[in-house]
Structure formats: structure tokens, C-alpha cells
Design a binder for this molecule. Structure first.
Ligand code: 5GP
Ligand code: MG
Length: 187
């Protein structure tokens, strides 16, 4: 991205802290219903750094015993997807034989989650499910393995509650659209 953050403006607020809290509660309920009785073999694997806030709230809402871990993946530069996804940090724990739920901030092209899913299959996770707080409507359907979606949004660039633009706005307790004449479709 060439434009500095000063050229961006916070636009419409899409999700209040209360909205986010009810989304988290609903997703946690779905996960609890699906993973009853798997015990300590359940791992929530958050994708750094955007999913940190969601992961933290979700983990406290899920009643099923579980561990958390973190994986690093990077595809975006500013508001633009670079197309290639790199794993920048491996999980600390051995995920072999674990039921892993990948916790992501936002599903856009799906490349990040596909890369992480491939990583987990190679490391012989027992099962892999994908959970994303937000998912952008780009096509008619989302892939079947994207099992938990907090909220679907239009194809706009959003920030707050963990989601950033070049590290800015991550800390906002709500989610808003970032507006700029220079924002292009990140696909
Ligand atoms: P994908 O690989 O699915 O195309 O992109 C997913 C990643 O791109 C997300 O983990 C997130 O880091 C970034 N991303 C995609 N759309 C947005 C957006 O609207 N806002 C922010 N802040 N990041 C986004
Ligand atoms: Mg991300």
C-alpha cells in the first residue's frame, strides 16, 4: 500500500460492542453443541493478529474444555491482498491428533484459511474446522469447511475489534468501514 493511514477515514459503524458480543455468544454455542465430549483434544487456533480479540472472547464463552494456540499468516499489505500467503509463525503445541478449530478474523478470498488448513493436514490434525468472525460475500456460497461464520458482510474493508489497516484501528471496540478514494477491490 502506498497511501499513508492519514488518507483513510473511519466510515459507517457496522457492529457495536454489543453486536460483537452476541455474535461471539452464538458461535460459542454452535461450537459447544458440535464438540461435546472431545475434552482436551480441542484446540482453538487463532490467526495472528486479527483474530486475537475474537479468540479471547470466544474462548471465554466456550464451555467445552479446550486449549488455545496461535498461528501467523500474512497475505495483506495495507488494504490490498498480495495473493500469496505465508505462514509466519508456527503453533507452539503439537497439533497431531487434535480437533482444531481455526479462528480467523475475516474470510475474503479464502487463501489464508486454505493455506492454514493445508498446514494442519500436513501436521496430521485429527479434524479441522474453520471459524471466521466475518466473511465477505464474493460468490454464491462459502466452502463447506467454513463451518462457523459470525456475520456476512459486503465486500468492503473493515477495521476494529482486532482488524487493522497497517496496524492502525485494531484496538477499536467496534467494527467500522474504512473509506478512502484510493481503496481498490483487494482481490
Ligand atoms: P483471504 O486470504 O481470505 O483473502 O484474506 C484474509 C485475510 O485478509 C484476513 O485474515 C485479514 O487479515 C485480511 N483482510 C481481508 N479483508 C479484510 C478487511 O476487510 N479488513 C481487514 N482489516 N483485513 C482484511
Ligand atoms: Mg488475518
Amino acid at each position: 500500500m502506498s497511501a499513508p493511514n492519514e488518507t483513510f477515514l473511519l466510515g459507517e459503524r457496522l457492529f457495536s460492542p454489543e453486536d460483537l458480543s452476541s455474535i461471539v455468544a452464538r458461535v460459542a454455542g454452535q461450537i459447544d453443541a458440535d464438540y461435546q465430549g472431545v475434552g482436551e483434544s480441542l484446540v482453538l487456533l487463532g490467526v495472528l493478529k486479527g483474530a486475537l480479540y475474537f479468540l479471547s472472547d470466544l474462548s471465554r464463552r466456550i464451555q467445552a474444555p479446550h486449549q488455545i494456540d496461535l498461528i501467523g499468516a500474512r497475505s495483506y499489505d495495507g488494504t490490498q491482498s498480495t495473493g500469496a500467503v505465508a505462514i509466519t509463525k508456527s503453533p507452539d503445541t503439537d497439533l497431531t491428533g487434535k480437533h482444531v478449530i481455526v479462528v480467523e478474523d475475516i474470510y475474503d478470498t479464502g487463501r489464508t484459511l486454505a493455506t492454514i488448513e493445508d498446514y494442519l493436514r500436513r501436521h496430521e490434525a485429527r479434524s479441522v474446522a474453520l471459524c471466521s468472525l466475518f466473511a465477505k460475500r464474493r460468490g454464491p456460497v462459502f466452502p463447506a469447511n467454513l463451518r462457523y461464520i459470525g456475520a456476512e458482510i459486503d465486500d468492503r474493508f473493515i477495521v476494529g475489534y482486532g482488524l487493522d489497516c497497517d496496524e492502525a484501528w485494531r484496538h477499536l471496540p467496534y467494527v467500522a468501514v474504512l473509506t478512502s478514494p484510493s481503496i481498490a477491490d483487494p482481490s
